[in-house]
Design a protein around this ligand. Structure first.
Ligand code: GLC
Length: 394
């Protein structure tokens, strides 16, 4: 596998509509533009063609809502033959929910490559309004944890972390899961996607990776604001970042792990998924906690250290299913988060093993959407763009 293979993959998946350029996650299965996928694509593209990375972001921002929200899907071309069912999330051209806020990270990485502060200036106000939206509309109780109103907002649609909130048993079919999630969409449409109302009444979940991603992205938003001389903004976002970290420690941490929570009383959802490693990405743990986490859980063959790590759900969970979408398979995106997290703590040789294993998977099974963590079998969509994240494991 050569480095240029990843660029070829993204090039094949590149599209242009009405002058907007973007990369589709996979031509057949996902023929539109997705929010966190595009942030990943921009990160990958910084290694090849910086202008493509910038254009990817500009396209995403072009459909930002009045209230600052950025939708998780933009249906640039509605007539495509792809197999993805175009769900009507209350609007015609975009969805009406969001996805993990990786935007500031992507823009920061672009800025690191060419120091083009004009580009940062051009996109800054969009970023400002997006993160402000999340801090206000998604934290109606001002307890400083950001909420999601549908599992799909986590980017991990059918993860077992959401079974409890959806009132599903550990073992159920994808069809049953989708039915529940689509019912939520219906409720969201009925309440006009008023986020505080929708969350409080139908899906009151504070998810660990979403909040971790928020923390890390606020850190970089602070740097972006500082680079433009916006010191008031920098101060504000830095304070908010600290508050989320404090709230995570207060409401999510127990038995040495961070858990997603449900309901107004922050009931911990104690299902071991890759999310227990997510806090490494934003350096929320101290060195000792990180070491325990890695030794006890990541390197444990009964939990996450499989033939092709890292499975998205622990082997000892009753919900573990090696081919069940987000219920067990290894995804390159989650491996990327873990890889970066391990580097934060100097666990470089374990990070290298994750990279090696990710490359092995791609060599063995191609650019697939996800992989069986025990056999390495490729599953889901073909020609899946975020496999290119391996190019950013450096
Ligand atoms: C699926 C994934 C989500 C991704 C989308 C497009 O819905 O769960 O994370 O953004 O496909 O690739």
């Amino acid at each position: 596998m050569k480095n240029k293979d990843f660029y070829q993959l993204l090039k094949k998946n590149r599209r242009e509509t009405n002058g907007f350029q973007y990369t589709v996650p996979a031509p057949g299965a996902y023929p539109y533009q997705w929010l966190w996928d595009s942030c990943f694509h921009a990160i990958i593209l910084t290694h090849y063609k910086i202008n493509d990375a910038k254009n990817e972001i500009v396209s995403l921002l072009s459909k930002q809502f009045e209230n600052g929200m950025i939708p998780h899907i933009i249906y640039w071309d509605k007539k495509l033959p792809g197999s993805f069912p175009r769900i009507i999330w209350g609007k015609n051209h975009t969805s009406t929910i969001t996805q993990p806020p990786m935007l500031a990270y992507a823009v920061w990485q672009i800025f690191q490559k060419d120091k083009d502060s004009l580009f940062v200036k051009k996109v800054y106000s969009n970023l400002y309004h997006f993160y402000r939206y999340l801090l206000t509309e998604r934290d109606p109780h001002t307890n400083h944890l950001i909420g999601i109103m549908n599992p799909d907002e986590s980017g991990e649609d059918n993860s077992p972390r959401f079974d409890f909130a959806l009132n599903l048993p550990p073992n159920h079919t994808l069809k049953e899961n989708t039915k529940k999630r689509m019912h939520l969409v219906k409720q969201n449409i009925e309440c006009h996607f008023d986020a505080p109302f929708c969350m409080r009444n139908f899906f009151w979940v504070k998810d660990v990776p979403f909040n971790v991603i928020m923390v890390e992205n606020l850190r970089l938003l602070v740097q972006l604001a500082t680079s433009l001389g916006y010191s008031e903004d920098a101060k504000f976002f830095d304070e908010q970042r600290e508050k989320i970290i404090e709230a995570m420690k207060k409401f999510m941490y127990e038995d040495d792990l961070f858990w997603s929570t449900f309901g107004e009383d922050y009931q911990k959802i104690k299902i071991k998924t890759w999310a227990i490693f997510a806090p490494l990405f934003a350096k929320i743990l101290n060195q000792k906690q990180a070491q325990n986490l890695v030794e006890k859980h990541l390197l444990n063959p009964k939990e996450f250290w499989t033939e092709f790590p890292v499975p998205t759900t622990s082997l000892d969970e009753p919900s573990f299913d090696p081919s069940g979408y987000w219920r067990g398979p290894t995804w390159i995106g989650t491996n990327w988060f873990i890889y970066k997290g391990l580097q934060n703590y100097g666990f470089n040789s374990i990070a290298e093993e994750i990279k090696r294993s990710s490359v092995n998977l791609l060599q063995k099974s191609g650019f697939r959407e996800y992989f069986n963590p025990q056999t390495g079998e490729g599953l889901g969509a073909m020609q899946f763009s975020w496999c290119g994240l391996v190019a950013d494991m450096d």
